[in-house]
Design a protein around this ligand. Structure first.
Ligand SMILES: *Cc1c(COP(=O)(O)O)cnc(C)c1O
Length: 744
């Protein structure tokens, strides 16, 4: 459902090795290539990490010559634009198509029809029982292809985006009956399906339009895959041998029943053969264990919108539960694993049952899903569960966005790391080389100056490039605990108010985060950050030592400016809740040092760089479970810690004239006597300890540069090239196409 591509021009010029010639030509015309880049709108067809992962994968697939297509929706409006007005988030529509359309090739030869609503009945035709779908609304799916080039290869990944329009077939009926208004209305009803991306990250809203989008995407994409397959092979029998369909979280989980429908109803397969084809073709990646993010649909909604899909899901579920009973599995477990229960359709269970492989996105997360949400499935099908740790397109996030660091690395170890990130390890031999370490510091310093200039020019904000840049950029979500970072900042702020001459490392805390429109608490945290920032701007003496900046409208392009300038990477989710994280990897490869909990891929980063080159703190995932189980008593922590009491009082008194008593209450008392479920106060003490450990290390420039270089050197395994090889080898059973060496 999501591909958070960002901009394409720079990526394509880089991959085609055209950047320097284009730069030269533009110079003759007095244009600066960087200014041209800034004109392009981000393709914001995703919310955050999940959508950005899919975009990174497209890059790696093309670069490594794996033939691949991505499928999504040609949303007229991508993720909303964020403005901060009076310290509050305001959402504005994202008109990305103004420049986004440039990259699209309409494929009007490849339209498909999608049916929604109506009723089904069975009929005997030519000695066969047929499913007849009556009174459905037919919608056209029109494809627009975006080509994504690979680096140093001839590979191209195609992203096919479907636009919804009213089907002429359908409207003609209303027209001929003279019902012009009804025909016009159906036009709008169809187009609304590809109108806008749902702006919730890790949260399911259960809305009918969202289900229509999911089915629209899945049905069009499967029809397209089948048509291509039948051009090359006489039947769909060998589909699993030559194709792999991967679902990115459960958003496209309807692929399971829809592929069954196409095989059984359209291509006349018997159920068992069809089921074998489906389950050998489809694989599923789980992205979260948060209960509020697990997709569930009310059965009556599925029944009314997708009557045939509903009947197929029921049949899959009937056969599954029969099988479980035959294996003597306990009734309560069967109920827990079943797809339909108590009037809801559980998409995660459908995805596990319909897939041959299920993976989590970091070693820790893959372990957690086997022992929690999918424990019962794991007991039956242990071989189904595996891990593929996330990765990042390091060419975009290092080579393209941090050119000075990249050319320095090339001067040390050659260019091999650009297509084989494992070669970054060659940098390890320089970790005691004083001149190299000084140069690492110098490049970071220059990037900080460049970033400060960019911020000044684009926002007017004055950022001190001599201060330490400590950054937390990601969606705003309680589990990610931006609030914990804020508590630390308030502590430092209060100390400086008490003693403005206190010796501290000058530091700037940067936040960038969008909150889902209806997520009240997240929006309050955005206000809090902005109010603290506004307060500090009124006090120049404090601003010299402690500053806070909120970057408006955080997106891929802003991110590309932020990582090269950052020195501290804040990755402070409650352990067990962040499935992987990928910003942690982008920071690392740009030489920032992680200050983080033992969560998601932070665990693998820690193993990779060693304990000396990361600052970890807080409860482990197991400890979190234990504390939560025995009861989390925030009031006790509050009562016994005078520092926390001061911070809570400061929240009540407020910043920039606004009280945050609601957040103070949330932290200590919560609602229904349950305080903050992400237990900020429980990790607060150890977070401060780790912050000051980091602060101490930072005061030794040479030591810091060494840590920074080790982080860069050890980032190779977090390239999405590695993730894609894992998927190809362990899940898709897919080989690289031979690449002709591009001729120069
Ligand atoms: C990488 C990235 C993310 C994911 O960040 P996490 O910290 O891993 O949640 C989200 N949004 C954008 C724009 C990104 O580039």
């Amino acid at each position: 459902m999501e591909f958070l591509l960002g901009r394409s021009l720079k990526n394509n010029l880089y991959n085609l090795e055209l950047e320097s010639s284009v730069r030269d030509v533009l110079k003759e015309w007095n244009f600066n290539l960087e200014d041209i880049y800034e004109i392009e709108s981000d393709a914001g067809l995703g919310n955050g990490g999940l959508g950005r992962l899919a975009a990174c994968f497209m890059d790696s697939l093309a670069t490594l010559n794996y033939p691949a297509m991505g499928f999504s929706i040609r949303y007229d409006y991508g993720l909303f634009k964020q403005r901060i007005v009076d310290n509050q988030q305001v959402e504005l529509p994202d008109h990305w198509l103004d420049t986004g359309e440039t990259w699209m090739i309409p494929r009007s030869d490849k339209n498909f029809k999608i049916k929604l609503g109506g009723t089904i009945h069975e009929e005997w035709q030519d000695g066969k029982l047929r499913i007849i779908h009556d009174n459905a609304t037919t919608i056209d799916a029109n494809p627009y292809d975006v080509m994504i080039s690979g680096a140093g290869s001839e590979g191209v990944s195609v992203l096919r985006l479907w636009k919804a329009s009213a089907s002429l077939d359908f409207d003609m009926k209303s027209f001929t009956q003279g019902d012009y208004m009804r025909a016009m209305r159906s036009d709008n009803e169809a187009e609304i399906i590809s109108k806008v991306l749902y702006p919730s990250d890790d949260h399911d809203q259960g809305k009918q339009l969202r289900l229509s989008q999911q089915y629209f995407l899945v049905s069009a994409s499967l029809q397209s895959i089948i048509k291509d397959h039948l051009k090359a092979y006489p039947s769909l029998k060998n589909l699993p041998d030559v194709a792999a369909i991967h679902i990115n979280d459960t958003h496209p989980a309807l692929a399971v029943p829809e592929l069954m429908r196409l095989l059984v109803d359209v291509y006349n397969f018997d159920w068992d053969t069809a089921w074998d084809i489906v389950t050998r073709t489809i694989a599923y990646t789980n992205h979260t264990v948060l209960a509020e993010a697990l997709e569930k649909w009310n059965e009556p909604l599925v029944f009314s919108l997708l009557p045939r899909i509903h009947s197929i899901i029921r049949e899959i579920n009937r056969r599954f539960t029969d099988d479980m009973r035959a294996r003597n599995i306990e009734g309560s477990k069967i109920d827990h694993m079943s797809i339909i229960s108590r009037g809801v359709v559980k998409m995660a269970n459908l995805s596990v049952i319909g897939s041959h492989k299920v993976n989590g996105v970091s070693a820790l997360h893959s372990d957690i899903i086997k022992n929690s949400i999918f424990a019962d499935f794991n007991a039956i099908w242990p071989e189904k569960f595996t891990n593929v740790t996330n990765g990042i397109a390091h060419r975009r996030w290092l080579c393209q966005s941090n050119p000075d660091l990249t050319s320095f690395l090339s001067s040390l170890i050659g260019d091999g790391f650009k297509t084989d990130a494992a070669e970054l390890e060659k940098l390890l031999k320089y970790t005691t080389d004083k001149t190299v370490l000084a140069q690492v510091n110098k490049i970071k310093q220059q990037n900080k100056y460049d970033f400060a200039n960019y911020i000044k020019k684009t926002t007017g904000f004055t950022l001190n490039p001599e201060s330490r840049i400590d950054t937390q950029i990601k969606r705003l979500h309680e589990y990610k605990r931006q609030l914990l970072n804020v508590l630390k900042i308030i502590k430092i702020y209060l100390e400086l108010q008490e003693d403005p001459n206190k010796q501290v490392t000058p530091q700037t805390f940067i936040f960038g985060a969008k909150a889902a429109g209806g997520y009240y608490h997240a929006k309050r945290v955005i206000s809090l950050i902005n109010c603290i920032s506004a307060d500090i701007q009124k006090n120049p003496k404090i601003k010299e030592k402690l500053d806070v900046m909120f970057v408006e409208n955080y997106n891929v392009s802003k991110a590309e400016h932020l990582y090269p300038a950052s020195e501290v990477s804040e990755q402070i989710s409650l352990a067990g809740k962040e499935a992987s994280g990928t910003s942690n990897m982008k920071f690392m490869i740009n030489g920032a040092v992680t200050l983080g909990t033992i969560d998601g891929a932070n665990v693998e980063i820690m193993e990779s760089v060693g304990n000396d080159n990361i600052f970890t703190f807080g409860m482990t995932a197991d400890e979190v479970e234990r504390v939560w189980h025995h009861g989390y008593y925030a009031t006790n922590i509050f009562a016994s810690n005078p520092e926390i009491r001061k911070i809570v009082d400061a929240l009540k008194n407020g910043f920039a004239g606004e009280s945050f008593a609601d957040i103070a209450n949330y932290l200590v008392l919560g609602s229904h006597n349950i305080a903050d479920p992400y237990m900020c106060l429980a990790d607060y003490g150890d977070y401060l300890r780790a912050h000051y450990d980091m602060d101490k290390a930072y005061s030794d420039k040479n030591l810091w540069a060494k840590m920074s270089l080790v982080n860069i050197a050890k980032a190779g395994i977090f390239s999405s090239d590695r993730s894609i090889s894992d998927y190809a080898n362990n899940i898709w059973n897919m080989k690289r196409l031979k690449s002709k060496k591009p001729t120069k």
